[in-house]
Design a protein around this ligand. Structure first.
Ligand code: SF4
Length: 661
């Protein structure tokens, strides 16, 4: 297998003077927003610790969880297949697609990139449309995604405009080709037009698709739930409109319990897109009449048995390590060559596809540790990179650094040799420059000057005195525990209202409160006034596959912490009233508010056990959105452009509203 030429490709990427700027701008934008959000979550450290424990526990119990998950889906008539290799998975999915027609809509799935699914489907005659905006852009450009959560991060508004002109026939303003850079508001307005063009083009594809293929963010073993997280609404339309739904995921996506899921769902959106919660979290545990789950091993079981590196499989694909990595920011994702770029890609690719092809990747790091600090599940990425470097050297795949690393290992194990090395450090650069490899290394780097005083001399003065044996140390007193009163409904509703308002910065989200059902119905009627009745879809009404002006659904719960609304959808077609509409109105009772996402998931488990709720819930947090073109926020993406929450003290009879009562 040919070695991926990481070094020469990186040199090419570095020579592109615009690439670093584009990637820096986008990654730093997310990093700063994320840092601000993390600072407002006091329990962040504790959440990371709990997430790591949950993910490691899932690895320890992997085969049992896989059995449990498969049993749960089997009971609902959903076949689960574990494919050992990419070819096996691609063959099975291709058969499943061609069985029912060949028009496929697909949501973002890095696993599908890993196994080369699109190429396999297209060579068998299927027509595949990527529906995530970033994925669509790179598909049209004939490129691979360059980031796990922002596939088109390396492209500017102008680049995307040219792609849309050439592939979609979109007319574009003259400044795109003239090289003039217009004022920022003009560029931002055009970024919005590009996103809306994609919405228009994709809507037709969603409606005609025979098969929807999605990935999965998590698979919950105890409930057999498939969990998908997104902002645009494209996953909703991919999974609910076509007749067949195929789920493709790595076997590492299993988690044990709904409580573990609650922790991971708090970390993922913050780390991935700097959001408290993504717009849509879909929880599928429904008996879909035509659903297939394909799980892929592809080296994962072998990695689970690797005691030193197995925690790489706890990754939740948030992309934070890419944003934090100074190497990634300069060379972009394509320099890494594999499906997964950045620090986690440098580690996963050699495990999934062998050191032979990917031996250079672990060396594509400054080992600064920024990736480790960013990782929400606390994978010590820089340590894993170091271990993998040692393996690359030991295996003979990398020889240049072997001698240096061996010398460093010997020196670091000896106090005397380290002292000597410290004393000789100032001679390091002139001596290294004598050898050709050293000269090459120093041609693009400067050795840092030795600090003064040296660490050793500083340590001599500051070394803490060890307590004499037997002397009692003062125990640290725990801080007195103060009882935190549970917030009451009024407080929760205030928090819910604040969060909901934040979700529609341009007034795209609204909250209206009524004490009597009569007032709420009057409000709803006013919103329906002037709309052709054929353009209104009230939950429970029979629907076609087409767009509606207004959709009305009941809420099953409200989440104060995020401004999210939980919908319980006994049938996937019922989701149309919340997705295929311009305005989505949710009718709820103030008593339905809960404090946190964890409370909502706990409630879901209870309600499902008592069969009060169905097998399919969606948590909607604001109107659909995207920021795939230069991080410009655009509302809407594929779902509604407006979310209206109607809170009423008395129950509102939506069936009567449907009948015109
Ligand atoms: S390694 Fe950590 S930071 Fe990187 S994508 Fe995975 S979970 Fe996110």
């Amino acid at each position: 297998m040919n070695r991926w030429p990481m070094r020469s490709v990186s040199r090419e990427k570095l020579a592109d003077s615009t690439l670093g700027d584009k990637v820096h701008r986008a990654t730093l934008h997310t990093l700063h927003n994320r840092a601000r959000l993390v600072a407002s979550i006091p329990e962040w450290g504790e959440l990371r610790q709990r997430a790591r424990e949950a993910r490691l526990r899932a690895l320890d119990r992997h085969e049992a969880l896989l059995d449990e998950f498969t049993r749960q889906l089997d009971r609902r008539g959903v076949p689960v297949t574990v494919a050992s290799t990419p070819t096996e998975a691609c063959d099975l999915i291709t058969r499943l697609v061609l069985d029912v027609g060949g028009r496929v809509t697909k949501s973002k799935s890095m696993t599908s990139e890993e196994i080369g699914l699109n190429a396999a489907l297209e060579s068998a005659g299927a027509k595949v449309t990527e529906t995530d905006l970033g994925e669509l852009i790179v598909q049209l450009a004939g490129q691979a995604p360059s980031h796990v959560t922002a596939p088109a991060i390396h492209l500017s508004t102008e680049d995307i405009a040219l792609i849309f002109r050439d592939k979609l026939g979109m007319s574009i303003p003259a400044w795109v080709t003239s090289g003039e850079r217009p004022e920022e508001p003009t560029r931002k307005a055009f970024a919005r037009e590009l996103s809306l063009e994609a919405r228009r083009v994709l809507r037709a594809r969603f409606l005609e698709a025979d098969v929807g293929i999605s990935g999965a963010n998590f698979l919950v073993a105890e409930s057999g739930t498939i969990v998908l997280v997104e902002n645009e609404g494209n996953i909703q339309l991919t999974t609910c409109l076509p007749r067949r739904h195929i789920v493709l995921a790595g076997i590492d996506k299993l988690v044990e319990t709904e409580a573990d899921l609650a922790v991971l769902l708090r970390l993922l959106p913050v780390s991935a897109t700097a959001q408290r919660q993504s717009c849509y979290v879909s929880l599928f545990a429904d008996p879909h009449p035509d659903m297939h789950v394909v799980l892929i091993d592809h080296g994962r079981r072998a990695l689970m048995d690797d005691p030193e590196q197995r925690d790489l499989l706890t990754c939740i694909r948030c992309g934070a390590c890419m944003n934090a990595c100074p190497v990634y920011r300069n060379v972009g994702g394509h320099a890494y060559g594999g499906a997964y770029p950045g620090p986690i890609g440098s580690l996963l690719m050699p495990h999934l596809e062998g050191m032979g092809k990917w031996a250079d990747l672990p060396f594509a790091s400054s080992l600064c540790g920024a990736c480790t600090e960013a990782c929400p599940v606390q994978i010590p990425l820089h340590e894993r990179l170091l271990q993998l470097r040692a393996r690359a050297v030991e295996s003979g795949e990398v020889t240049e650094l072997g001698l240096t690393l061996r010398a460093a290992t010997v020196a670091m194990q000896s106090r005397t040799l380290m002292s000597l090395a410290g004393a000789l450090y100032p001679l390091g650069a002139p001596m290294a420059a004598l050898a050709p490899a050293g000269r090459a290394w120093l041609s693009s780097r400067t050795l840092p000057s030795r600090s003064s005083p040296t660490f050793r001399s500083w340590w001599k003065q500051h070394e803490p005195r060890v307590e004499a044996p037997g002397r009692r140390m003062e125990p640290t007193r725990p801080a007195p525990q103060t009882e935190v009163p549970a917030p009451d409904t009024a407080d929760l509703l205030k928090r819910f209202a604040r969060r909901l308002a934040d979700l529609g910065p341009g007034g795209e989200s609204e909250l209206h409160r009524f004490s009597q059902a009569r007032q709420a119905v009057e409000f709803l009627r006013k919103r329906m006034d002037g709309i052709d009745p054929a353009g209104i879809l009230i939950s429970g009404q029979a629907s076609d596959k087409r767009g509606y002006e207004l959709g009305v659904t009941p809420a099953a719960a409200l989440i104060a912490d995020t401004g999210g609304v939980v919908l319980d959808l006994p049938d996937r077609t019922l989701g149309r009233a919340s997705t295929l509409v311009e305005t989505h109105i949710v009718v709820a009772s103030p008593s339905q508010v809960v404090a946190t996402l964890a409370d909502a998931l706990e409630m879901r488990s209870r309600m499902r056990r008592s069969e009060a709720w169905s097998g399919y819930q969606v948590i909607v947090t604001g109107p659909s959105r995207t920021a795939d073109v230069e991080k410009v926020l655009v509302i809407p993406a594929h779902g509604p452009r407006r979310l209206v929450v109607v809170l009423c003290e008395e129950p509102v009879d939506l069936a009567a509203l449907r009948r015109g009562g």
